[in-house]
Design a protein around this ligand. Structure first.
Ligand code: FMN
Length: 217
């Protein structure tokens, strides 16, 4: 697939088939994802690839934790958001909800429990950063995530980044035996999209690029 076509057509998928993704296929994606640039070529990313019964166990535990603690997807803001950011958040709900209604699903339950279940994907990827690094190195993880989702898409696989799992970081580290000195940065659902699911027809919009750019000349 042409790079620009991959960028134009990639989107987050929120219902997966149970068909497994092979280790070889995941290795191929990783080989390309780690071509991402990083500061001083430190390559600070770490990937925990959770598959098979271990992935099912992780999902079960996370969904249970969500039901107990009710920590939901949120923008993660530390100050009140401006009207334009709030508008985009509300729009996400308004635009996605009709697809979920077609499936008879409640938005909050679908997104929160779905995220904890990696939307039924057979593979969960947990990206970590050693806690020796400052927050500056989160940029490097983000770039590798961007490469990962595009490379996966190129191979006919789909993804959904899952930030919600950060709320359950301590539990995830315990469940997966991730060492104390690693921070969980982001999760990712990886698998084959279920084309029969109405939610996967949804494509998120983008604002006009002029809303983001400041020309200084
Ligand atoms: C850092 C990050 C965290 C995200 N966390 C979640 C999540 O927990 N649950 C979810 O359903 N989608 C999550 N997403 C997916 C976004 O909702 C999605 O990327 C956005 O709505 C744009 O849609 P698109 O990826 O289809 O272009 C996350 C995306 C990013 C980059």
């Amino acid at each position: 697939m042409d790079l620009l076509e991959a960028i134009r057509t990639r989107k987050s998928i929120r219902l997966f088939k149970s068909d497994p993704v092979s280790r070889e296929q995941i290795e191929e994606i990783l080989q390309l994802a780690i071509r991402a640039p990083s500061a001083i070529n430190l390559q600070p990313w770490e990937f925990y690839i959770v598959m098979g019964e271990e992935k099912a166990r992780l999902s079960r535990r996370l969904v249970k934790l969500y039901r107990e603690k009710q920590i939901s997807c949120s923008p993660g803001n530390v100050k009140p958001l401006s009207a334009e950011f709030n508008k985009r958040g509300v729009e996400s709900f308004i635009l996605m909800n009709p697809y979920l209604e077609k499936m008879g699903m409640d938005f909050n339950r679908f997104i929160n429990e779905g995220s904890c279940n990696f939307y039924g994907a057979p593979t969960a990827v947990i990206m970590c950063l050693d806690n020796a690094f400052s927050e500056a190195r989160l940029v490097d993880i983000g770039i590798a995530l961007g490469y990962f989702v595009l490379v996966a898409h190129n191979f006919g696989l789909s993804t959904c980044p899952i930030g919600l799992i950060n709320a359950y970081e301590d539990d995830i580290k315990e469940i997966l035996n991730i060492p104390d000195n690693k921070n969980v940065v982001i999760g990712l659902a990886l698998g084959y999209r279920d084309d029969s699911a109405p939610i996967n027809e949804f494509t998120s919009p983008r604002d006009d690029v002029n809303n983001f750019v400041h020309w200084i000349d």
